[in-house]
Design a protein around this ligand. Structure first.
Ligand code: NAD
Length: 240
């Protein structure tokens, strides 16, 4: 999804910094962006390590002038039944998905509050409001991201900084590559629009939330889910 976020913001004329902890991913993503005609600034960083995030963000502000938008999209999603889940996996998920969001928001927010403007978009998930078997750590982490979003939005609204969350259902990315065949059909049946989302659709919503068109929106959990959260039960006969 990160590549599509960068593409969408670059298309709008933004100076874009593409960050990931995998040097290889950063390289491939920057090459993809270049093939689309966009030059972005690469940044290799562990979002959950405050000792590298803070100096990196300070340096970006010195070099680029400001941080106007932060999209917090880094995440992991271990799958496995709770009784067998190693504590290390659980804690790693919270560390990256929650602590990482907090650290990056705090370090970007530090600059945004001074400039009295900014928009932070945290990528949570529909799994933050609906439990899913085999994903205890992931669901808990995404619920925490929604809660964190609301709290930061409340704290920083008086300073001109907006904080929102996007809650995607399944989106076509490597993160859900294991969902194929009958498993995928089963999942698509839970989505009234009948398909998975596209990364570009999530990126378009992030651009909207970052824009002046969303100037009165903060603390909002925006579901991009093809109707997944609205759907309750499919009767035997579906009205045509
Ligand atoms: N794909 C989906 O169906 C889906 C649905 C709902 C929410 N989401 C969320 O959207 C976000 C993006 O997901 P995606 O599908 O693009 O996943 P992805 O696995 O393709 O990308 C996630 C990226 O995060 C990076 N990352 C992991 N830990 C990191 C760390 N500590 N520091 C820096 N980078 C790190 C990985 O290297 C990877 O490139 C995630 O937060 C995910 O939970 C995805």
């Amino acid at each position: 999804m990160g590549v599509e976020f960068c593409t969408a913001f670059a298309r709008e004329g933004a100076q874009v910094v593409l960050a990931d902890w995998s040097e290889g991913s950063v390289k491939v993503a920057c090459e993809t962006l270049a093939s689309r005609g966009y030059a972005v600034h690469p940044l290799v960083i562990d979002v959950a390590d405050e000792n590298t995030v803070r100096p990196a963000f300070d340096r970006l502000v010195r070099e680029l002038g400001s941080i106007d938008v932060l999209v917090n999209g880094a995440g992991i999603r271990p799958v496995g039944v709770s009784l067998d889940q190693p504590l290390a996996d659980f804690e790693a998920t919270l560390r990256i998905n929650v602590t990482g969001v907090f650290i990056c928001a705090r370090e970007a927010g530090r600059h945004m509050l001074v400039q009295r403007s900014g928009s932070i978009i945290n990528i949570a998930s529909v799994n933050g409001v609906r439990g899913v078997t085999g994903m205890a750590a992931y669901c808990a982490s995404k619920a925490a991201v929604i809660s964190l979003t609301q709290t930061l939005a409340s704290e920083w609204a008086p300073h001109g900084v907006r904080v929102n969350a996007i809650l995607p259902a399944q989106v076509e990315t490597p993160m859900i590559a294991e969902q194929v065949g009958a498993e995928r059909v089963r999942r698509e049946e839970r989505i009234p629009l009948g398909r998975y989302g596209k990364p570009a659709e999530i990126a378009a919503a992030a651009c909207f939330l970052a824009s002046d068109a969303a100037s009165f929106i903060t603390g909002h959990p925006l579901a991009l889910d093809g109707g997944y959260l609205a759907f309750g039960f499919r009767p035997a006969v579906t009205p045509s």
